[in-house]
Design a protein around this ligand. Sequence first.
Ligand code: THU
Length: 132
Amino acid sequence: MLEKMFEEVKRVNEFSYSPYSKYRVSACLLTNDDKLISGVNVENASYGLTMCAERSTLFKAISTGYKPGDFNKIMIYTNRTDSMPYPCGACLQVISELMGLDKEIIVVNDNHEFEIHKVIEMLPYAFKKENL
Ligand code: THU
């Protein structure tokens, strides 16, 4: 399944709208019903309005009817060879709520370098609804 996810993040990476940073990110979710849902970063001339690939993908999935907890893992890819596309803090917060702390985040770049981390490793002190 990781191979299929890799094909999908590579396929959609060209859809990244990133004329300002030129940093093309794509992400792919594996759902519990074995579907792949992918998305990209979408930038804006008003820079702060930019949406990261991870959140754009999760919001797309929720918008098509998936619920929090319906996701098995997420792969994040950049077509760079010199860095890994670690998710930003905002994306980790959203990933922690919609996927869960025990799920896997796979980061991969164009050198085919993979790292697999649990959400809890990357965001050990997540803010949770229980904190409200
Ligand atoms: N970006 C993502 O898509 N995901 C992240 O987790 C970090 C950053 C995007 C946002 C922006 O379009 C570009 O990378 C440079 O920050």
